[in-house]
Design a protein around this ligand. Structure first.
Ligand SMILES: [Zn+2]
Length: 410
């Protein structure tokens, strides 16, 4: 008989963690990285790990680690994050941590002997309050000291001050990096945070990789005019440039993209922004995503050409600034196969899919074989108090994780 996880324990852990930072008014969870509530949740987790007689510590970046196994053994890491966005939900991140803890409980109560060490990792500051994924970056040696010194949150609070008030001297985060030779892999179970699994009636999503993403700031500059006196054919209306570009997006994706391409205009500012003035300038963001960097380059190139030709048509100037370009991060083929194999063996409908959102796993993929798995989010909702996943899906996700982990460490 295959050992199975105990859903009641998983449920109880998720509900208990959901009380740290809970706000009764909007029913959201406020457990932003390095807040008091975030740290309380971390100490609670350490207590659970100690009760399981694991070797427990918090590293210099605030990551909580519980290890089962000898010091000289290579370790499989299972984990995700414990911090939340403001007014976040109960499952994001927490699921992957609690699932790891449950795997260890099952292993201990069945007296399963391990050839390798197994560690549960609760990463810190994944949601980007300070603009990165601090915990995972620190663990994977992807942290820069000057960034650590400069990073601020939205309200201007310095990361190093926030860490200091949690008794975490910031420079120690640089020492949290793990030696890749001491690791045998990283597995993360997460909620999908999108509607695809639910709509396609799949239970498990095995992630093939995390989409690359670029962000542009685009400007069309025309001429502000009186909305009554400037004839329609003599205008340089910046908004018309934006409107035309927005309509070209489906064509650009048809011609250059894939079913995984996403292009989004998420923020728009019209200047001067008066009802009776023809807009003289529009500044807007364009965010593009795909699983292939070549496709990203083609899409970006096409967007640039289309904007130039639209600018000519409307007598506008076109400028753009590339704010960021992150390459796609594929998950490790052996881990994709492993997760898919166990999901199917357990009889769960499984989809191989990209992740449009960033996750801790993307940093681990640089240093160790990495697998990431999703369960459905009801209505595709996340980062909101309504975030929910059905308990039967939670149970299935945890069981796939357990079987995959057992194959690797037993
Ligand atoms: Zn998350």
């Amino acid at each position: 008989m295959n050992p199975v996880i105990n859903l009641e324990r998983v449920k109880q852990d998720i509900y208990t963690l959901g009380r740290f930072g809970y706000n009764a008014e909007d029913q959201g969870i406020y457990r932003q990285g390095f807040s008091e509530e975030d740290m309380k949740a971390r100490y609670w987790l350490m207590q659970q790990m100690e009760e399981l007689e694991l070797q427990v510590y918090m590293d210099g970046a605030g990551n909580v680690v519980g290890r089962l196994g000898g010091a000289e053994q290579k370790a499989l890491l299972i984990g995700s994050h414990l911090d939340s966005v403001p007014a976040g939900g109960m499952f994001d991140g927490v699921l992957g941590v609690v699932a790891g803890l449950e795997c260890i409980r099952v292993i201990k109560e069945n007296n399963i002997k391990l050839r390798h060490a197994l560690e549960v990792v609760a990463t810190s500051e994944e949601e980007g309050r300070f603009g990165g994924m601090l915990g995972a970056q620190a663990l994977t040696g992807n942290l820069k000291l000057d960034w650590l010194e400069r990073a601020k949150d939205h309200g201007g609070l310095l990361l190093r001050e926030a860490m200091g008030s949690c008794q975490l001297p910031y420079h120690l985060a640089m020492e949290a990096a793990r030696d890749p030779d001491s690791l045998m892999g990283f597995l993360e179970l997460h909620i999908e945070q999108g509607p695809v699994l639910e709509q396609t009636h799949n239970t498990i999503g095995v992630v093939e990789g995390i989409s690359g993403v670029f962000k542009w700031l685009i400007k069309f500059i025309g001429k502000a005019d009186h909305a009554g006196t400037a004839p329609m054919d003599l205008r340089s209306d910046a908004f018309m440039g934006l409107a035309d570009f927005a309509h070209e997006i489906p064509r650009i994706i048809d011609e250059e993209g894939t079913d995984k391409t996403r292009l989004t205009i998420g923020s728009v500012e019209l200047k001067p922004g008066f009802a009776h003035t023809v807009p003289g300038e529009v500044d807007f963001t364009l965010v593009g995503r795909d699983m292939s960097e070549e496709v990203m380059l083609n899409i970006a190139n096409s967007c640039r050409k289309v904007c130039s030709s639209i600018a000519r048509r409307h007598k506008l100037m076109f400028e753009y600034d590339q704010m960021s370009w992150l390459e796609p991060k594929p998950c490790t083929p052996v881990m994709i196969e492993l997760l898919e194999k166990h999901a199917k063996k357990l009889g769960y409908k499984t989809l191989i899919m990209p992740s449009g959102a960033g996750h801790d796993a993307q940093f681990f993929a640089d240093i160790t074989p990495t697998g990431l798995m999703f369960i459905p989010s009801v209505g595709g909702i996340s980062h909101a108090p309504d975030e929910w996943s059905h308990w039967h899906d939670v149970e299935k996700g945890c069981n796939v994780l357990l079987q995959a982990a057992l194959e690797l460490v037993v």
